[in-house]
Design a protein. Structure first.
Length: 116
């Protein structure tokens, strides 16, 4: 694991297969327009992006959704009984299921190759 202060190592290109966390296991939660490039990057590479907004201030979130720059949007309320918590929990459950299925597929593919 890299320490945050190791800027050169942290910013050195790492091939997708060698990354400790693939994009497909990332969730980016952004609260402003400066987050949009990162949200789109994560979204376009198989992760999920969520724009959070103040209560009732949906204009920017709707625009980002129409432009397909985010996957989801929710009010910036991180409490357990709110939409954002539920949304993140559902995304994590899906990621877990996808990872389990991928591992099972790989196990079966490897087993099938051994039977040739």
């Amino acid at each position: 694991m890299l320490d945050v202060y190791e800027d050169k190592k942290l910013n050195t290109f790492t091939p997708e297969g060698s990354r400790s966390v693939p994009f497909t296991n990332m969730i980016y939660i952004g609260d402003g327009l400066t987050d949009v490039p990162c949200m789109k990057l994560v979204k376009n590479n198989g992760g999920k992006s969520i724009a959070v907004h103040k209560a009732g201030d949906l204009e920017t979130s709707h625009k980002l959704m129409r432009e397909r720059r985010i996957d989801f949007f929710a009010e910036a309320d991180y409490r357990q009984d709110k939409e954002l918590f539920s949304l993140v929990s559902t995304i994590l459950a899906k990621m877990q299921a996808d990872n389990l299925l991928a591992a099972e597929h790989q196990r079966m593919a490897t087993d099938a190759e051994g039977k040739c």
